[in-house]
Design a protein around this ligand. Structure first.
Ligand code: SF4
Ligand code: MG
Length: 331
């Protein structure tokens, strides 16, 4: 069952002098109810922009975001209020997203007050205590301030706040990137536990593939405003198709030397181009070791090459590939 559909989504920004920043440039994916969908790519690839556009914080330049059969950019005020209760966000830097002058109790109560939930003060406080316990903190923390906590604890406060309205969908924008590795696993485990208890659906945004693997059911890989590959998490690790995905996977260290054998190594050369003037054709071609003539001329189609495995690359399009002798016409 589909919770969220992103259809041909584009988000462009005017950056002056008739220049357009193509932050998101025509993306398609569905998120199923109860799953974790991982959205992965280097910083600047547009993944946070997608998160914000789905939340309705940005309108979209083209395309649609459909949630529970409604186009979220066409909701009336009442519908939009309900939608915001249903969809919550967790941020990378919990400290920046928590008001330093508010106590933990105030931070967690605020969304309930805005939405008129638990108008009775005593009940609201009980709800705060309950949320603190659900995220592995205690009621003794309620009257303290965010700066008194460690990064991992602050992220727990951010999660409690996101849960305050009992949402069904959570967008987690790099929720563990700023944390120590040892703490990352704890926060991931907490998110998994909460997902099971509450039947939550997650869109989990990350800049590399190392942790997403453990939390995601499916993963979409983004590069420069485009999605280049999407499939089930295990399959992405075992059978990556897109050259960029292969490069991202190469960057993950493997502790076991036996597993290194037979592993396809691919190191990415060159810089990430600017989304203001992205390369023609395939946006990855300036860094792709397999680039051919067609890659500069034709934008690769988003195709389902096997069941539930989507990729945008001419190497998997026989019509284009057979026309272009790869070895002779390398760019
Ligand atoms: Fe490389 Fe061409 Fe495939 Fe793009 S379309 S990833 S440039 S082979
Ligand atoms: Mg970001």
């Amino acid at each position: 069952e589909i919770a969220l559909s992103v259809k041909q989504l584009k988000k462009h920004f005017n950056v002056g002098k008739n220049q357009t920043l193509k932050a998101v440039d025509g993306i398609n994916f569905d998120v199923y109810k109860g799953e974790t969908f991982g959205l992965v790519g280097e910083s600047g690839c547009g993944k946070s922009t997608i998160g914000r556009t789905i939340m309705g914080l940005y309108n979209c330049t083209d395309g649609q975001v459909v949630y529970n059969n409604n186009n979220i950019h066409e909701l009336d005020d009442k519908e939009s209020f309900d939608f915001r209760r249903n969809m919550q966000m967790i941020f990378q830097d919990p400290y920046a997203s928590l008001n330093p002058r508010s106590t933990v109790k105030e931070v967690i109560s605020e969304p309930m007050e805005v939405h008129g939930l638990y108008p009775n003060k005593k009940e609201r406080l009980d709800r705060v205590y309950q949320l603190l316990e659900e995220v592995g903190l205690s009621r003794d923390h309620a009257n303290r301030y965010p700066h008194e906590f460690s990064g991992g604890q602050r992220q727990r406060i951010g999660i409690a706040r996101a849960l305050a309205l009992d949402p069904s969908f959570i967008i987690a924008d790099e929720p563990i990137s700023a944390l120590d590795v040892s703490v990352q696993a704890q926060v991931v485990n907490l998110l998994k536990k909460l997902q099971q208890e509450k039947g939550l659906t997650y869109l989990f945004i990350a800049h590399d593939l190392s942790m997403v693997k453990h939390i995601s059911d499916r993963i979409g890989v983004m590069y420069l405003g485009n999605m280049v590959e999407l499939t089930e998490s295990n399959n992405l690790y075992e059978q990556p198709l897109h050259p960029y995905t292969k490069a991202l996977l190469s960057a993950i260290p493997i502790p076991d030397p036996d597993m290194e054998e037979g592993r396809e190594r691919m190191i990415l050369e060159g810089e990430l181009p600017s989304p203001i003037n992205p390369p023609s054709g395939c946006v990855f071609r300036t860094r792709c070791p397999f680039a051919m003539k067609a890659c500069a001329e034709v934008k690769p189609e988003w195709q389902e090459v096997e069941t539930n495995h989507f990729v945008a690359c001419h190497l998997y399009n026989d019509q284009i590939k057979n026309k272009t002798p790869i070895k002779d016409e390398v760019y």
